[in-house]
Write a protein that binds this ligand. Structure first.
Ligand code: IMP
Ligand code: MG
Length: 417
């Protein structure tokens, strides 16, 4: 490794997704070989170029599909060190299902004309969307899909906003509930009473309660909110105050969470608070420190906007400080960049999604889909959900709606059966 390479790696590894980069690298070769940057617009060889590129890209997708199947076999046999994919992409995690990459590539190529491009190689976003479609196709074929969990900010609604009645995601969530698919909203937003969740989710909660939407009483109650990553559970309950019923921790916590001692939780939050205060001082941030029962964060003082670099620095300092502490190795926590705030929460979305799986009667990871926007390895809070479910990575709420349309279209034959 050259020094420059080492420096780049040390500083940027957490900002890349290794599997996506690996696939992007594989596709770059046929792109370079087949693309014709010097051809003019009316060149008759262009359709031929697109056909060649399509064939080669498809072959690569098939090869990656096979690598993933081999990885799944190694997982099953408890011999993950034998996985070739693990050798090629050391940080690759668990796969709960195979991925229909060839079919997904064909579908996304139709939409995005990836093979016809002469100057722009298959990109991070092309591959992210192909992986999303592949996951959705595999779940709808192999499922059965029993549970979909959603992140809140940037996935269901814009950052810091609420789920209002005009949001098109409402119809999609209703159609999941009508198919008896359970729904969890696994958000970092941590509130100790239902009023704040009602304020942020009222469009959806009102639609669930509305008899014109035709949900049975059971279907109405098949939606839960897991707040503060994995700290508070509210069940949809039309007619109750705020349309939500708070469920005591003793009824839904995982055994590993019951072992956490309150003094350790507070110690972890003390260390996180000290680290965040230090970041506020050293970077002279116009920020307020917010300490909650199970979280501590910095939020901007009156309408101020933090720079991306400031947010990332504060997250990484807190993460490292806690990684080096004894209590940080005992209790799971999540330090993340919320777009214009930084929070350290007790627990994480692995636990949040596991709690949802357990609450709905023991749903498997391969029967669960988590949809979120934050999947980078440091400073992003949906990343840990990969350990508990299959995942789809969106970049805005409109993409969430598109993915759900794709999913419900594919699930339709199951409804008719
Ligand atoms: P998510 O995208 O749904 O996980 O929500 C993340 C956002 O929730 C953060 O960026 C904060 O603005 C907000 N938030 C409110 N309370 C908390 C908390 O206790 N912990 C973390 N985030 C919080
Ligand atoms: Mg989010």
């Amino acid at each position: 490794m050259t020094t420059r390479y080492r420096v780049e790696y040390a500083l940027k590894a957490h900002r890349r997704d290794a599997l996506i980069e690996f696939i992007k690298g594989l596709l770059a070769v046929p792109f370079v070989i087949h693309s014709q940057p010097t051809a003019t617009a009316d060149d008759i060889s262009l359709p031929e170029m697109a056909a060649h590129a399509h064939r080669r890209y498809t072959e690569i997708m098939k090869d990656v599909e096979v690598l993933i199947n081999d990885h799944i076999q190694c997982q099953k046999q408890g011999k993950i060190e034998r996985s070739k994919l693990r050798f090629l992409v050391p940080s690759v995690g668990t796969f709960f299902t195979p991925l229909a990459l060839v079919d997904a590539f064909v579908a996304q190529d139709k939409r995005r004309a990836i093979s016809s491009r002469r100057f722009v190689a298959p990109s991070f976003n092309d591959i992210r969307l192909i992986l999303n479609t592949a996951q959705i196709m595999s779940l709808s074929r192999d499922g059965p899909l029993k549970l979909v969990t959603f992140d809140g900010d940037v996935t269901l609604y814009d950052d810091g906003q609420s789920l209002t009645p005009s949001n098109p995601v409402i119809n999609q969530i209703l159609s999941l509930l009508l198919r008896n698919v359970c729904v969890g909203i696994v958000t970092a937003a941590g509130y100790t009473d239902g009023a704040r969740y009602q304020e942020r989710l009222y469009g959806l909660l009102d639609a669930i309660a509305d008899p014109r939407n035709g949900l049975t009483r059971n279907q109405q109650m098949n939606l839960i909110v897991l707040g503060g990553e994995s700290s508070y559970l509210y069940k949809s309950s039309p007619g109750s105050e705020y349309g939500l019923e708070k469920i005591p921790r003793s009824e839904w916590q995982l055994p590993e969470m019951q072992e956490w001692e309150e003094k350790d939780i507070q110690l972890l939050l003390d260390i996180a608070e000290t680290s965040l205060r230090e970041s506020v001082d050293t970077m002279r941030l116009k920020a307020l420190v917010v300490r909650k029962e199970r979280a501590v964060g910095i939020v901007p003082a009156d309408g101020h906007k933090f720079e991306r670099e400031q947010l990332e620095e504060a997250v990484l300092v807190a993460q490292k400080t806690l990684d080096l502490s004894d209590v940080g190795r005992e209790i799971p926590f999540c330090a993340f960049n919320g777009g214009n705030d930084v929070f350290v929460d007790i627990g994480d979305k692995r636990l949040g999604v596991l709690c949802c799986r357990r609450f709905f009667g023991g749903v498997e990871g391969g029967e669960t889909l988590h949809i979120g926007d934050q999947f980078l390895s440091a400073g992003h809070n949906d990343f840990k959900a990969r350990l508990a479910a299959t995942c789809v990575w969106v970049s805005n709420p409109a993409e969430t709606v598109k993915c759900l349309e794709e999913l419900t279209d594919l699930l339709d034959p199951q409804v008719q059966n």
